[in-house]
Design a protein around this ligand. Structure first.
Ligand SMILES: Cc1cc2nc3c(=O)[nH]c(=O)nc-3n(C[C@H](O)[C@H](O)[C@H](O)COP(=O)(O)OP(=O)(O)OC[C@H]3O[C@@H](n4cnc5c(N)ncnc54)[C@H](O)[C@@H]3O)c2cc1C
Length: 489
């Protein structure tokens, strides 16, 4: 085994969160030593790993991009465009020196005696085992297992003669030209994938159990274009456009709670405009839940709807009875013929990057902890976890929390503390402990399936991930680090 290396901070993962964390550490904590360990062979996380045709963002890059680097392209970006942008961030800020690729972390142990973490990693290219120690762990591992997506078990799957593919592990050589393709699921992945493959396939059928909301619109930001015509600096444009988008999103989110029926009819009207008055909107595009309980995908230029009207794609709303040799038998008795079945059925959550965590010799049971604003956990010292927003771009929270970590590290230094932990206060002792997210508020399948693995939530703002960027942008910078819920040693 090679000698143990020690760092002040160890960042897990080099996706948009980890690279953002590295940038802010270099700027806000220039003397802090740190390393980023990444299991894959490059940066980008989600955008490096997903290779299915058409892969793109479902929210705008003005806010998904970092606040410090203007996004100059169209709002919805392809994975390659996002990787190019992240590549520039890495290069312009000389971040490559901090990132170690092909380093998969398998376990980490906290020792209160030494006030530090011991991290075990395996090199995915050589199999070598490595050990690191760190004072503080910054968990930027994302929220789903990268090795494989979630595919439910349906009866008869083994009988199917064709190929079953999950978009997360898309085979590079998949030949779909001239084939009958069925895509199961109607979320953002389907909305992206279908327009990208429909022209080459004989036909694509989208099979959904229930309808989803979509927001079609042009992939262009008029305000950015106008400001550009006026020769305004890109840095200014970035800031102004971000503020405008966030302002509009706040209004939309608020309206989806205050007047859900009105918002629903506006969303449906947007889709109807592409599909025409004769389309069966009621069956295929009218969800039963109120808007924003699940992520709403933006559809640039309504491209999936164009496929539906051209006849290259169609949508079926039904349930699967079983797979057959030739396709799928539906509960209605209809049968869908398929050469390829694509299961766009979501993720398996990976709460802590599949890392075994021990605290003073005891395995951490994450679901026994109570979360502090969705970032720290009772009984888990010197660790911060990044989990972004559902209704706003993930990266907004990455940067708010990066500021928070840097402030916390500075505070510990000032106090001469080696350990920080959050703990319930006397007034919290009788607090009811609830599931991590209120299913009434937001309930996608991957979260519902993993609720038992996630930390508990209390009924006070300190003990919840509010999922509200507009509140947190003021609350997080104002957190009193000497409040009684923070314990230092
Ligand atoms: C297809 C798709 C489209 C999306 N579009 C949007 C969007 O438009 N807007 C939005 O806000 N969100 C979107 N999301 C959600 C998106 O995943 C996040 O916003 C964001 O990319 C997550 O970044 P991250 O760095 O936190 O995690 P990830 O991108 O998942 O990166 C985590 C990194 O950590 C590494 N890692 C994990 N465990 C370990 C370990 N044990 N050891 C070493 N390394 C490890 C992984 O290899 C990975 O590189 C999308 C998700 C998908 C799948």
């Amino acid at each position: 085994m090679t000698p143990v290396e020690h760092f002040d901070v160890l960042i897990v993962g080099a996706g948009i969160s980890g690279v953002g964390g590295a940038y802010h550490l270099t700027r806000q904590r220039p003397g802090t030593s740190f390393v980023v360990l990444e299991a894959l062979d490059s940066f980008g996380g989600t955008w490096w790993m997903h290779r299915y045709p058409g892969i793109r963002s479902d929210s705008d890059l003005h806010t998904f991009g970092y606040r410090f680097k203007p996004w100059e392209g169209p709002p919805i970006a392809t994975a390659d465009e996002i990787l190019d942008y992240m590549g520039e961030v890495v290069e312009e800020n000389d971040l490559a020196q901090y990132i170690r690729y092909n380093h998969k972390i398998t376990s980490t142990r906290w020792s209160s005696e030494d006030s530090r973490w011991t991290i075990e990693a395996t090199r995915t290219d050589t199999g070598e085992s490595l050990r690191f120690t760190a004072n503080f762990l910054w968990m930027c591992q994302g929220y789903y297992r990268h090795s494989e997506g979630y595919t439910p078990e349906w009866p008869g799957m083994e009988e199917f003669q064709g190929e079953i593919v999950h978009p997360q592990t898309w085979p590079e050589d998949l030949d779909y030209a001239g084939k009958q393709v069925v895509v199961i699921g109607s979320g953002a992945t389907t909305a992206t994938l279908v327009p990208a493959i429909a022209a080459d396939c004989q036909h694509v059928t989208v099979l959904q159990r229930s309808p989803t909301y979509f927001v079609p619109g042009r992939n262009r930001n008029d305000l950015a274009e106008t400001l550009r015509e006026l020769d305004i600096d890109e840095e200014w444009i970035h800031e102004i456009v971000r503020r405008k988008i966030l302002h509009d999103q706040a209004t939309f989110t608020q309206r989806s709670f205050d007047e859900p029926e009105k918002v629903k009819s506006e969303l449906l009207a947007g889709v109807r405009a592409y599909l025409g008055a004769d389309y069966d909107m009621e069956t295929h595009f009218t969800p039963s839940y109120r808007p924003w309980r699940q992520r709403i995908a933006f559809v640039p230029d309504g491209d999936i709807f164009q496929g539906l009207t051209s006849g290259k794609a169609s949508i079926v709303t039904d349930e699967i009875d079983r797979f057959t040799g030739e396709g799928i038998l539906l509960k209605s008795g209809d049968e869908l013929q398929a050469d390829i079945i694509i299961t766009a059925t979501g993720f398996n959550m990976s709460v802590l990057g599949d890392i075994d965590i021990e605290i003073d010799g005891k395995p951490l049971v994450f679901s026994d902890t109570v979360n502090y604003r969705g970032m720290m956990f009772t009984g888990v010292p010197n660790l911060l976890w990044i989990f972004g927003y559902f209704r706003a771009s993930w990266t907004l929270r990455v940067e708010l929390l990066a500021d928070f970590v840097c402030r916390l590290l500075a505070h510990m230094e000032e106090k001469g503390a080696r350990r920080v932990e959050v703990a319930l206060r006397p007034e919290d002792e009788d607090m009811e402990l609830l599931p991590w997210i209120d299913p009434e508020n937001f309930n996608p399948g991957y979260l519902m399936r993993a609720m038992d693995l996630l930390p508990r939530r209390g009924d006070k703002p300190e003990w919840q991930h509010s999922q509200d960027y507009w509140r947190e942008k003021d609350e997080i910078p104002a957190i009193d680090l000497d409040a009684p819920e923070f314990l230092y040693e």
